[in-house]
Design a protein around this ligand. Structure first.
Ligand code: BGC
Length: 416
């Protein structure tokens, strides 16, 4: 009897302990594909394990354009979520509005400065204070290929140059299969575009044209070459591409309907969720001409200022969990990315992730590491949107000449 009542007291204490400071976190994100949902589910369970309530605020639409529109209206209405997936220069824009919470206390306790590469920490800080927690490092300049399709088409290995790529793509077409799985949405056109620019012009050119938005680079012969190549890629997509979601394009590669997809390594999350093995079922290779470069895309969550003390506690716990080793490993194993936290054990990661980790470090030293413009890392959101629209107009309308395409992209870059 005594024992039982002791047990009851102990249980009551534990329950009270976990309830103290338990709050709700409403988290805005756009992770709705199979691999993405599995990944974000891990964060949800960690938070629930800490006694907090997870309120999912998922806004479908790869690349996050829809999510950002919805976020703006919520903030304008004075009702922001606790946390939102906000990346790159947009973090600075939101912080300058004075709406973001200061995460410095948790960042100091958890020693983020010593656990993050300097380039990443800077993006997460506004005026020296952390306002966002980084999740991962995605590499964008990948080309995914189905091994069985390549074999069927008589393509011996993943093409390394654009010439090799077009030769391989011709063979795939001849074998009666789709060469390039593409989803015709602006952000996906832009994702392919940046890999083509990187492959044709190299990292320095990419940086001049798409990060510094230098007009000379944007109107150069190299840009003309890039647009010619970009248009040529389109000829290898199927007529049903317009509007298709990125994960459905990945599914075409997984299901042996198509040979290649140009997409960041969240695509690997789909292969993983489908039980596919890299090196056996599919190949991850740098997009043609980009093996010595790396377009990085860092997912991160910014937290909005909230008044309620429990909600603030939950936000701090969310930030700490995001940078914790448990989350960094399990999330990134599912998501296709690599941990952003330094010195993580990579033993459980596959060869694509190991290559990504090696190249991230290598290209940072060689100058080949560049921010992805299609994934909100390189320029402010207004410039990104304008250039993205110009790129898609060119992609969608074969009647626009390459010369006019170059002009309108350069013009879009100049007006913002
Ligand atoms: C994000 C990824 C996401 C992808 C597709 C990118 O902008 O960084 O986390 O998986 O969009 O939705």
């Amino acid at each position: 009897m005594l024992k039982l009542s002791k047990l009851a007291t102990a249980v009551a204490l534990v329950v009270a302990g976990s309830a103290a400071g338990a709050g709700e976190v409403e988290v805005l994100h756009w992770w709705t594909s199979g691999g993405e949902a599995k990944s974000v589910g891990e964060l949800k369970s960690i938070m629930q394990g800490k006694g907090h309530t997870w309120k999912d605020f998922a806004v479908a639409g790869g690349g996050g354009d829809n999510a950002m529109t919805v976020l703006k209206s919520r903030v304008v209405a004075g009702n922001p979520p606790a946390a939102a997936q906000i990346k790159g220069p947009a973090i600075q824009e939101w912080a300058s509005e004075g709406v973001l919470a200061d995460l410095t206390p948790v960042a100091t306790t958890e020693k983020w400065d010593s656990l993050l590469p300097g380039v990443v920490a800077n993006v997460m800080k506004y005026k020296g204070k952390y306002v966002a927690a980084p999740v991962n490092v995605h590499r964008v300049n990948w080309m995914w290929a189905n091994a069985a399709v390549l074999k069927k088409a008589g393509v011996a290995s993943a093409p390394k140059t654009w010439d090799e790529f077009f030769a391989a793509a011709d063979k795939v077409k001849k074998a009666g299969l789709i060469a390039v799985a593409h989803g015709g949405q602006n952000w996906q056109d832009f994702t392919t575009f940046e890999s083509v620019v990187l492959g044709v012009g190299g990292a320095k050119f990419y940086n001049d044209a798409l990060v510094k938005l230098d007009q000379k680079a944007l109107t150069s012969a190299t840009m003309t070459k890039a647009l010619e190549t970009f248009r040529k890629v389109k000829a290898y997509t199927d007529p049903a591409a317009p509007g298709r979601d990125w994960n459905l394009a990945t599914a075409m590669v997984i299901q042996e309907k198509a040979a290649f997809q140009f997409m960041g390594d969240w695509a690997k999350g789909e292969f993983t969720a489908a039980g596919k093995v890299p090196g056996k079922d599919y190949i991850c290779a740098a997009a043609p001409g980009t093996a010595n470069a790396y377009t990085f895309n860092i997912d991160s969550f910014a937290m909005f200022r909230l008044k309620d003390a429990n909600a603030q506690k939950a936000q701090g716990d969310l930030a700490a969990a995001i940078m914790g080793t448990q989350f960094q490993e399990i999330f990134n194993l599912n998501k296709g990315s690599i941990p952003v936290r330094l010195n993580m054990d990579m033993a459980k990661f596959d060869d694509c992730a190991k290559l990504s980790a090696k190249d991230f470090v290598g290209t940072a030293k060689s100058g080949g590491l560049v921010p992805s413009i299609a994934h909100q890392m390189a320029v402010n959101p207004a410039a990104q949107g304008a250039i993205q629209d110009a790129v898609s107009q060119f992609w969608n309308d074969d009647k626009v000449s390459v010369a006019d395409g170059v002009k309108s992209i350069a013009k879009a870059a100049a007006t913002k």
